[in-house]
Ligand binder design. Structure first.
Ligand code: FAD
Length: 528
């Protein structure tokens, strides 16, 4: 018997397991993205988006991403002789992923080629490559975002901008930011790090930062208390006083080294006006907030594509899951959420092209809050569509779920983002009218949307801080509704308005009302 077993090791055939969703062109498969990019002025970037989309969906890219996650970064503080070196060891797959992003100018396109639509094309590229690996997009995003702050100081911009925008990982430079301290991240005015004038126009910076992602960056913007108050400084990662204490053991983005750092008299160049550090670094933060929005929308898109693909190829109780009404409801609901997030991300990115400041400021805060908040619940539901396979690391879904809460914490956690909306509304009188004017463009397109607009205009806010989340949620749904009513196919707009803006909306995904054309919505989400 034993001999017979050895001669015939096959015990069964593998059945009813979906094929991998690869290779596929992540751009071509995503109609909401390609239409959104074209609508918002980025049609000229189609060729480079298609090229990046093809690469993002190859087995090679997926393998690099899995490897970078598996082989986590390691900090080496000293060499064999005891000299302090503070080097972060990174897997070659991390370098490969980062190189692709930099060579595709995701860190720099609008600064190198500031034509109309450049921020939109760049947002599309960011959206695509975030689906390859979210962690690697952190330094890419910070490098893109640092330029507006750096331009406050002509000399620094002249020195650093050419390197920061170069599409070369070897010859270019990367930028990070170090604001958060142990005693406070949201409340940066509580920073204790000090900046003493060094007598030569520079400052000596002493203190610590509790979070500093990607310590291998060439430069960082940081905040410190100078003689005139909290100010923004540029420091160099190679400064001998820049010490990396340890790397964070994080929930997600595990391929990305995030660190704790200490500054021992690090040389700092003032950026912006002394004592106006928050105003200076906010120029960077506004752009990274845009990227939080884009990154969360990208995660939802990736989860939707995986869920639809799996459900089409997996049968239960005698029929493919995707053909069964309740699963179809879940998939359509996920697809609508994803499309609304994609349309929002592309519209807000256009506001960065148009110098459309009043709309941009409010729309960024509102959409960053809402889309980032939706990402973890969306990821959990998409994961569940794969059943037990979704809980297994190889599917990529656990990584999606682990990564998904980050964007809501970073650059203004939920409450802080909601409070920022209140602040913009009270300090910038043009912001709310500009935002509402955008929403009004869809009036008349759907009665439920019109009702939502009337509710927004008519419901008084009696206790602003207490009600901030509800208000921001309503504004965000209004923007998403306005975009979908005007631009999405009728079945998508109808399902969004029926489930998000009217009557009973379910609290879990898969609660779309009847008379929704789920088949058409799912087909649009990923062509069969
Ligand atoms: C993976 C990762 C990478 C990071 N990388 C960087 C980096 O590179 N550089 C950097 O500077 N920082 C970085 N951060 C830090 C991040 O920006 C902060 O964690 C974030 O800003 C929140 O600050 P905090 O952790 O101090 O929380 P706190 O400020 O203590 O906030 C805790 C909670 O209280 C809420 N809250 C705060 N104020 C109020 C209020 N007035 N009313 C109601 N609720 C309030 C917040 O919304 C939050 O939910 C990173 C964080 C993570 C997780």
């Amino acid at each position: 018997m034993a001999v017979a077993w050895r001669q015939s090791p096959e015990t069964h055939e593998v059945l009813n397991q979906p094929p991998p969703l690869a290779p596929y062109n992540v751009f071509d498969a995503d109609l909401a993205l390609s239409e959104g990019v074209a609508r918002e002025g980025g049609a000229w970037g189609e060729h480079r988006l298609r090229d990046t989309g093809a690469l993002a969906g190859t087995p090679e890219t997926i393998e690099h991403s899995e490897r970078a996650e598996r082989n986590e970064p390691r900090l080496r503080t000293h060499d064999r002789y005891g000299n302090r070196i503070d080097e972060v060891e990174l897997d070659p797959s991390w370098d490969w992923l980062l190189r692709q992003a930099v060579e595709r100018e995701i860190h720099s396109l609008p600064w190198r080629d500031p034509r109309e639509g450049a921020h939109v094309v760049r947002a599309g590229l960011m959206f695509l490559w975030s689906q390859a690996n979210a962690g690697v997009m952190c330094p890419v995003s910070m490098t893109y975002s640092v330029i507006p702050a750096l331009r406050l100081n002509e000399e620094l911009a002249a020195e650093w901008e050419p390197r920061l925008t170069l599409p070369s990982l070897d010859d270019g430079a990367l930028a990070g930011m170090a604001m958060t301290e142990k005693q406070g991240g949201s409340d940066v005015r509580a920073n204790t790090t000090s900046a003493e004038p060094a007598g030569d126009g520079m400052y000596e910076i002493t203190g610590h930062k509790w979070f500093c992602s990607y310590p291998p960056c060439d430069i960082f913007l940081t905040l410190a208390q100078g003689p005139e108050g909290l100010s923004c400084f540029l420091i160099e990662g190679e400064d001998p006083g820049f010490r990396v204490q340890r790397l964070k053991d994080k929930l997600g983005t595990r391929s990305l080294p995030s660190s704790e750092v200490e500054f021992h008299g690090v040389k700092g160049h003032l950026v912006g006006e002394a004592g106006r550090g928050v105003a200076a670094i906010t120029r960077m933060v506004n752009h990274t907030r845009l990227d939080c929005l884009i990154g969360s929308a990208a995660g939802m898109r990736w989860g939707t594509a995986q869920a639809v693909h799996h459900a089409r190829h997996r049968s239960a109780f005698g029929a493919p899951l995707a053909e069964q009404p309740l699963m179809r409801n879940v998939l359509a609901d996920l697809a609508i959420e994803s499309e609304a997030a994609t349309a929002t991300a592309m519209r807000v990115a256009r506001a960065y092209d148009e110098a459309d400041a009043p709309f941009r400021r409010l729309a960024t805060a509102v959409s960053k809050y809402w889309v980032c908040k939706r990402a973890p619940v969306h990821a959990a539901e998409a994961l569940e569509c794969l059943g037990g396979n979704g809980y297994v690391e190889e599917s990529g879904m656990p990584r999606l779920l682990r990564d998904s809460p980050l964007n809501s914490i970073w650059e203004g956690s939920g409450n802080v983002a909601a409070l920022d909306v209140l602040r913009v509304m009270s300090k910038e009188p043009d912001a709310l009218p500009a935002f509402m004017a955008e929403l009004e463009q869809a009036r008349g397109g759907d009665l439920r949307f019109d009702g939502h607009l009337d509710k927004l205009r008519g419901s008084p806010v009696t206790d602003p801080q207490w009600e901030a989340r509800r208000l921001v949620e309503d504004l965000a749904l209004g923007l998403q509704g306005s975009l979908l009513v005007r631009h999405a196919p009728p079945e998508v707009a109808h399902a969004f308005c029926a489930s998000r803006l009217h009557g009973h909306s379910g609290r879990a995904f898969g609660t779309l009302p009847t008379q929704v054309d789920a088949e058409a919505i799912v087909e649009r989400a990923l062509a069969a």
